[in-house]
Design a protein around this ligand. Structure first.
Ligand code: ADP
Length: 366
């Protein structure tokens, strides 16, 4: 999706892909297949690139520091990106900056996790691997002293663990902003993100029933984080909204984000285009919505193997539906595409997006 945006901007893209079958490698012409955790591979790849950016945050920070030291432009730079890579570093920095976070503590033993829970008045608490998690993998709800012991017996593999207060949130929100090297920044309208089993299944933009004041506060928070950390490119601030309406930060991503896929059709400038504009230091595009409501629904791998053919039904039924398929092999629960629907009536827009995504997952209409 970032490549599609690069075409109209006239940017020549070179891709370092972890395998020949990954989505981006199917569309980008200049592909190097290699290991992004190997310093030599990344260094050789970076030679001849004007600027490096990412579509995930797993390139080791030390490699990126070495690239910067060698004069390569890395955007976002490692000093910013580390806050999307390491939840312990992120919590420390955001707390110091006065950004609202759940109560948290880095814990090294089961006894420390148990003590954290006791200090908060009991279970449940949440434990997270500081590095390497995604889509809820590496996040555990801890309900008892025994759970805490079990966690440290096997699951964490030596990675530092961040313990967090279990936030009994009313819903999850996502505040997306983009910032350029010269410091220009724009904010997208805040989305509600619906998570099922740790995976984002749907977003609604703008978040229903968010007051203007709350929306502006969330946008301001995200712009503040982007400025404070010196982010270049897209920043997604995932928020949990408590039942009293206040928000705390869940985590940060510094790349085009799943909760921003609605922008391809629902905003005047997509997150992919704005990410690239920031990375090459062009003026940023207008993030305002094109429609009253946009609903994005993720297509998770289900019983439909031939997704392109299944679009026949979706498009025949709904001429305004938009879809992106990622060219991935369909495996259960894997994100293999998404649909966007937009319009004036939220219930109807939501139904249209839901129907199409369900159809592409092989879920029969009730
Ligand atoms: P990942 O890095 O795998 O995306 P997250 O940190 O976003 O993991 O957590 C995944 C999901 O777990 C969140 O979307 C949220 O639903 C839930 N979660 C995370 N932290 C907490 C918390 N402190 N309290 C309650 N739920 C949480």
């Amino acid at each position: 999706m970032m490549y599609a945006a690069s075409v109209s901007l006239g940017i020549t893209v070179r891709l370092l892909a972890e395998g020949p079958e990954v989505s981006a490698a199917q569309v980008v012409r200049d592909v190097t297949v290699g290991d992004y955790t190997d310093p030599e591979t990344v260094r050789t790849f970076a030679e001849g690139c004007d600027v490096i950016t990412f579509d995930h945050e797993h390139v080791p920070t030390s490699i990126l520091h070495d690239l910067e030291a060698a004069g390569v432009q890395v955007r976002p730079g490692p000093d910013a990106l580390v806050h999307a890579q390491d939840k312990a570093v992120m919590r420390r920095r955001l707390s110091e900056a006065g950004v609202p976070c759940p109560a948290w503590r880095v814990v090294a033993h089961a006894s420390e996790l148990q003590a954290f829970a006791a200090d908060l008045g009991g279970y449940p608490v949440v434990a997270k691997a500081a590095r390497g998690g995604y889509d809820g993998k590496g996040v555990w709800k801890i309900d008892s002293d025994a759970d805490a012991v079990e966690l440290f017996e096997g699951i964490t593999d030596g990675v530092p663990v961040v313990a967090e207060e279990f936030v009994d949130f009313a819903r999850e929100l996502s505040a997306l902003v983009v910032r350029s090297p010269s410091g220009q920044a724009v904010a997208y309208p805040v989305s509600e993100s619906v998570q099922t089993g740790g995976i984002c299944t749907e977003t609604v933009t703008p978040a229903p029933e968010l007051t203007e004041e709350q929306a502006m506060a969330a946008q301001k928070l995200a712009l503040g984080v982007a400025q404070e950390l010196g982010v270049v490119g897209m920043l997604a601030v995932e928020l949990m909204q408590r039942r009293d309406g206040s928000v705390v930060v869940n985590e940060l991503a510094m790349r085009p984000h799943n909760t921003g896929h609605w922008t391809i059709d629902g905003s005047h400038t997509s997150q992919f285009e704005n990410h690239l504009r920031a990375v090459v230091d062009l003026p940023l595009g207008d993030p305002t919505p094109r429609a009253r409501w946009t609903v994005m629904a993720n297509v998770l791998g289900g019983s439909v193997a031939d997704l392109p053919s299944a679009l026949l039904h979706c498009f025949a039924r709904d001429r305004r539906l938009r879809a992106e398929l990622y060219g991935k092999e369909v495996r259960p629960g894997r994100k293999v595409g998404h649909v966007n629907a937009f319009g004036d009536d939220l219930d109807e827009v939501r139904r249209r997006a839901r129907h199409a995504a369900d159809y592409l997952m092989g879920i029969e209409e009730a």
